[in-house]
Structures are given as structure tokens and as C-alpha cells.
Design a protein around this ligand. Structure first.
Ligand code: SF4
Length: 420
């Protein structure tokens, strides 16, 4: 009889939740089950989940399969119709101890195939405390869930519900536990991080949370932020960027596009110049800052000229770690009903954006040769700098250790370095 096996697709929030579900499932005595924590951000993500479910069933025909995550929440009937699937569990239900107790071998017979409720009616976050995260280097901590925005291309609010925050005290306790367990870095994660606090008494801002964590957990070596909507960055967050060395100089920005008319059609809250202004200010406050960003290629109605505004944004915002998403329509979103861009054009624009991103990565890596960096070891051979660059060490190092290393060179994707 083996422990429950988890397959996690999608974002860091899903990774955190899988760690929490593993503890709940084991506590409920589940054995020999496969849990697939799905993503619904694109139609391709849902297709991948179905393919993975069929593969797992072929691999272990006798093991029950429990499907959860955003795809299970947004289209439960799709998974309920699959003969390979035993139960479909919603995003709120997956974090409830009672759900896993009801899925125990002697109980599961009494449950419906679909255990998915209205996610829009959920007002609190789970705030489940985790003790571990598989590897001993980096741990993700959920501080917020859901989203109150309605970007026209996005299905996430329908999978995750409205925005809700984990109270600061709970977050600090969680991080203390992980630091005590030996984690060198914590990544704050959520769906729309900068909306943290809006639903809490006195409406604190995300920057207040960052400052509070760094103050109340002095032993935390490295704090990283997963992704932010730069237009919603508050004063205390900018203050932390300027003054807190333990806050990593790496921000992933949810920019999505570089053309103002397209940003309006996406129902984003910022314009091109806002993004440039934010990165310029952050770099003034923290010259070693690096930026990553999500950018969509081929959003409906996008012309060649509008696309070029996105392409130029890569340099104008000094973006290094680019995540390029070729647009794919999500049924039920307003953008899916807009005039679509030709598939070949989407593909070639995505390739041009990726090429621009690769050029920026090359420039960042090349500029590190001869410099000393603090590196968090993820495996005995590989670690990451504070700016999130991958580093391969010449000699094995303890996993989870933070070491000082001198960069000796690089290839297309990673630095090489000598431990000091
Ligand atoms: S901010 Fe927009 S893109 Fe992000 S989760 Fe919310 S609706 Fe989706």
C-alpha cells in the first residue's frame, strides 16, 4: 500500500495546495490513490490534464483517480465523463479535511462523483499550515486566493472565486514553521497578490505584509514574491524593495501586453507608460533588480503595429525572464467572442517575443561573469541567484544551503560558478 501520489499542473499556488492536500490525504488514511491538481488557464492546459489522467490510469489501472484544481472547478462535467476518473473535487473542497476523510476507502462509496460547489460563494481562505515541500530549498506560501478583476481573456476568477486574503498572523506563523524546518527561501504566492488585505480589517496593503514578515521572521534568509500587478504596487512595497536586502531583487510582472488599446480591450488596469515608469522606479530603488513578465501574443484584434509595441516593451521595461503565452480562446470569456488573429500570426509573434526574451537572458547571464552571487542550492549541483538565474556549481553543495559563489561563465540558460 503506497502513499497518495500527486500530479500538479499549473501555477505555484497549485504547488502549495498540493503540498497541503498531501498532508490532508495522508492524515485521512488514503492509500494507493492518484490525485491530479489541474490548471485551466488555457484550453491546452485542460487537454494536458485529460492526457495525464489517461496515462496514469494505464500505468496503475487499480488506483482510484481524484481530479481537482481549476479545470475540475470550471468544467467538472468534462472530468466526470471520463471513465478513468473516480471523483472530481472543487478548489474549495480540496482544502477541507472533511473532503479527504469522505474519500477514505471505507467512506468513498457514500460520496457523489462530483464534489464541486459554487466557488463564488467562498469568502475565506483555507490557511492550511504545511510542514514541508518535498525539496528543502524553496517553499511556496499562499497569502491570497481568487480575483476580483475580470480581464477579458481570463478564466481564473471562475476557477478560484473572488479575492480573499490569509490574515498576516497566519502567514507569519506559516513562514516561521518553514524557517524552523530549514527552508532558505519562501515565495509568497496567490492569484492577485497586490489585492492582499482589501478584505481584511483596516485594509492593509501587500507591502505592509511584506514588511511585517521581514520584521517578525528575522531568521528568514530570502523572501521572494511570485507575481504582481505593478499598477497596484503600494508605497510600503516600494520601501521594502529599496531597503530590505532579504527581499529578492526579482519581480515577475503581470503585464500581458505593450499596446494601450489592446490593454484596454483586455480590461487591464495599467497602460504602457505605467509599466515603464514602475520598472524605472524599481531599478532606481534597487539597481540589481531583474524583471520577469507574462505577455500574451496574438490577443484578438491585435495588429502588427500593436504587436510591435509589445515587442519593444521587452527592452523598454528591461524584462529578463519572459513568459510568452500564444493567445488561445477560453470559452466563456469575452475575448473568445472578439475577432481572432490568424493562428500562424499568433505562432510567429510568440516566437519573436521568445527570441527577444532569449536575447535579454543572454545579456543578463553574460553580465554576471566575474561577479560574486549568493546562491540557494536546489540540488547538490544546481542553485539560483537572488535574481533567479540558474547556476551550476563546479563542486557539489548541500541541498537547501545558501552559498557564496563566483561566476565563471554561462551557456544559453544558466551560469557556471565556483563555490567561494
Ligand atoms: S488579474 Fe486578470 S489575468 Fe489575473 S487572475 Fe485576475 S482576471 Fe485573471
Amino acid at each position: 500500500m503506497s502513499a497518495p501520489r500527486f500530479t500538479t499542473l499549473g501555477c505555484r499556488l497549485n504547488a502549495y495546495e498540493s503540498a497541503a492536500m498531501r498532508e490532508l490525504a495522508e492524515a485521512a488514511g488514503l492509500k494507493d490513490v492518484q490525485v491530479v491538481n489541474t490548471c485551466a488557464v488555457t484550453a491546452e492546459a485542460v487537454r494536458k490534464a485529460r492526457k495525464e489522467i489517461r496515462r496514469l490510469k494505464r500505468e496503475r489501472p487499480d488506483a482510484p483517480i481524484i481530479v481537482t484544481g481549476c479545470a475540475a472547478q470550471t468544467e467538472p462535467e468534462t472530468f466526470a465523463a471520463m471513465p478513468e476518473v473516480t471523483r472530481v473535487v472543487g478548489n474549495h473542497e480540496k482544502m477541507q479535511p472533511g473532503t479527504w476523510q469522505s474519500l477514505a476507502p471505507d467512506m468513498i462509496g457514500e460520496t457523489e462523483k462530483v464534489i464541486v460547489n459554487d466557488i463564488m460563494s467562498v469568502t475565506e481562505t483555507a490557511g492550511h499550515m504545511i510542514d514541508g515541500f518535498g525539496a528543502r530549498s524553496r517553499a511556496y506560501v499562499q497569502v491570497q486566493n481568487g480575483c476580483d478583476h475580470r480581464c477579458t481573456f481570463c478564466i481564473i476568477p471562475f476557477g478560484r472565486g473572488n479575492s480573499r486574503s490569509v490574515p498576516a498572523g497566519v502567514v507569519v506563523e506559516q513562514i516561521k514553521r518553514l524557517v524552523d524546518a530549514g527552508f532558505g527561501e519562501v515565495v509568497l504566492t496567490g492569484v492577485d497578490l497586490t489585492s492582499w488585505g482589501a478584505d481584511l480589517p483596516a485594509s492593509p496593503r501587500f507591502g505592509d505584509l511584506v514588511m511585517r514578515i521581514l520584521k517578525l521572521v528575522p531568521d528568514l534568509p530570502r523572501l521572494r514574491i511570485s507575481s504582481i500587478d505593478s499598477i497596484e504596487a503600494d508605497e510600503n512595497l516600494m520601501q521594502a524593495i529599496a531597503t530590505e536586502a532579504r527581499l529578492m531583487p526579482h519581480l515577475h510582472l503581470s503585464l500581458q501586453h505593450g499596446d494601450d488599446l489592446i490593454l484596454k480591450r483586455m480590461k487591464r488596469r495599467h497602460l504602457r507608460d505605467d509599466a515603464i515608469r514602475f520598472t524605472e522606479e524599481a531599478l532606481k530603488l534597487r539597481p540589481d533588480m531583474t524583471f520577469g513578465a507574462d505577455i500574451i501574443a496574438g490577443f484578438p484584434t491585435e495588429t502588427e503595429a500593436q504587436f510591435e509595441n509589445s515587442l519593444r516593451l521587452v527592452d523598454d521595461c528591461q524584462l529578463t525572464w519572459l513568459h510568452v503565452f500564444p493567445y488561445s480562446p477560453r470559452q466563456g470569456t469575452p475575448a473568445a467572442r472578439m475577432p481572432q488573429v490568424d493562428g500562424a500570426a499568433i505562432k510567429s509573434r510568440a516566437a519573436r517575443l521568445r527570441a527577444a526574451g532569449a536575447r535579454r537572458v543572454e545579456a543578463h547571464l553574460a553580465a554576471q561573469t566575474g561577479r560574486d552571487h549568493s546562491v540557494l542550492m536546489e540540488t547538490p549541483q544546481m542553485g539560483r541567484t537572488e535574481q533567479f538565474a540558474e547556476v551550476r556549481l563546479d563542486t557539489p553543495q548541500p541541498e537547501g544551503a545558501i552559498i557564496s559563489a563566483r561566476v565563471t561563465g554561462h551557456d544559453d540558460t544558466a551560469l557556471t560558478a565556483q563555490a567561494a
